[in-house]
Design a protein around this ligand. Structure first.
Ligand SMILES: [Zn+2]
Length: 415
């Protein structure tokens, strides 16, 4: 096995700083939200950095920036490395960014280590990975995987503007038939990302091999009761929709807590009317569950249905429960994870395994080929906030593992 050189920390810091300069200064943190001017600027900055490394660069219709290092073979399949440079509003400097900056360093390391790859290596800065104001995430990877549809583009924001029009106004031209990749182009997709949680840091581990990306299932529950005087209506004669919603809030917490790898979050509860002197007539609750265990979701849905029915019946209410189309857990490819694990051990580190609670472009890329991810620690497990931090030396260790994985995948293939 060929050993790849260790990354140059100063070069990584230079690129991280370059992107940190391209932010919306009117917003908190390091905000580079998709479909804003600064996001467009940063995409052309990334394209320029790729060109400087000698890559063939194209920016597709939806804004994916793709740089190719040609392999010497005539293999059709390419190794794809990528992540995203858009952030949430008020986000940090590392989420997604380390995977793109890391990809550039991988190209430099391969060259400096005297390696010529058999396969093409494509570095991708995916367009709009974070959830946008149209409640959609992973636009770029969806467009590549063929799962971005005309009905997605027709979705409107709260001002009545469509996603398609908003993309056009930002300078993109989402021709869905042209952004889509063929089914046989990807040998393997590799992403380096900050963990965004506390597991690696707590265990003192520098690297993690991701086993799967959690599934997400969201629901809304609506309880309807009777509006009454808060002073004169005895507790025994009330039909208080707010209390039923409160019961389901606690059920979400209890159901998720009783499973080993699940989380559950109530995002909003809306009472009508919102008045202290009136018994609540209706209450609307939105919540979500996440878990890497596909089978568990069936149980969770049953338990929520039971909790909602019990809370409703106890107070003489009517209720409805509506589950949105869900995202199943995405397993990483065991062969690719095997190569990542071997590469990490080759560099002298333990290859710990963990799952991802956050969604990633890999969910979409799994439709095009085998997917594998490497996590590096997030200080305090903090992410999607200005405090998000990973030491540059630790980023370099992650980039080293990524580069070694690319080289080993190129040599060994997947069998
Ligand atoms: Zn991310």
């Amino acid at each position: 096995m060929i050993d790849v050189h260790f990354p140059q920390v100063e070069r990584l810091v230079l690129d991280l700083d370059g992107l940190a300069d391209l932010v919306d200064s009117s917003r908190p943190g390091w905000s580079r939200v998709a479909m804003t001017e600064v996001d467009t600027q940063s995409r052309y900055w990334v394209a320029e950095r790729m060109r400087a490394e000698g890559l063939d660069v194209r920016v597709d219709g939806i804004g994916n920036v793709i740089g190719t290092l040609r392999g010497r073979g005539s293999r059709r399949k390419a190794i794809v490395v990528g992540s995203h440079t858009d952030t949430v509003d008020g986000g940090g400097r590392y989420d997604g960014i380390v995977g793109v900056v890391g990809g550039l360093e991988v190209v430099r390391l391969i060259r400096e280590s005297g390696i010529q790859l058999e396969h093409d290596l494509q570095i991708v800065d995916f367009y709009n990975e974070e959830v946008n104001r149209f409640e959609l995430s992973c636009l770029g990877s969806r467009a590549m995987a063929g799962t971005l549809t005309a009905s997605h583009l027709a979705t409107t924001d709260d001002r009545g503007r469509t996603l398609g029009d908003t993309l056009s106004a930002a300078g993109w031209d989402p021709q869905l038939d042209q952004t889509r990749w063929a089914d046989d182009e990807v040998l393997g997709f590799l992403e380096l990302h900050v963990e965004q949680g506390p597991v690696l840091e707590r265990q003192g581990l520098p690297l993690g091999v991701v086993t799967s990306i959690c599934g997400i299932s969201r629901f809304r529950a609506l309880f309807s009761g009777q509006r009454d005087h808060a002073g004169t209506t005895p507790m025994t004669s009330r039909h208080d929709a707010g209390c039923a919603a409160a019961g389901v809030v606690l059920a979400v917490e209890e159901i998720a807590s009783s499973a080993e790898q699940a989380v559950g979050t109530v995002g909003s509860v809306t009472f009508t009317p919102e008045a202290t002197s009136v018994v609540t007539e209706s209450a609307l609750l939105t919540a979500e569950f996440r878990s890497p265990d596909e089978g568990w979701f069936t149980l969770a849905r049953e338990q929520i249905a039971e909790a909602a029915a019990t809370q409703s019946a106890r107070r003489g209410l009517t209720h409805s429960l509506e589950w949105s189309p869900w995202e199943r857990p995405t397993a990483m490819d065991p062969r690719l994870s095997g190569i990542i694990g071997t590469s990490i051990r080759q560099l002298g580190h333990p290859a710990a395994q963990l799952y991802s609670g956050a969604g990633h472009d890999g969910v979409q890329m799994a439709r095009l080929g085998p997917v594998g991810m490497i996590f590096i620690p997030s200080v305090g497990g903090r992410s999607h906030c200005p405090e998000e931090f990973t030491d540059s030396k630790q980023i370099a260790v992650g980039v080293h593992a990524l580069a070694q994985s690319v080289v080993n995948l190129d040599q060994e293939g997947l069998s």
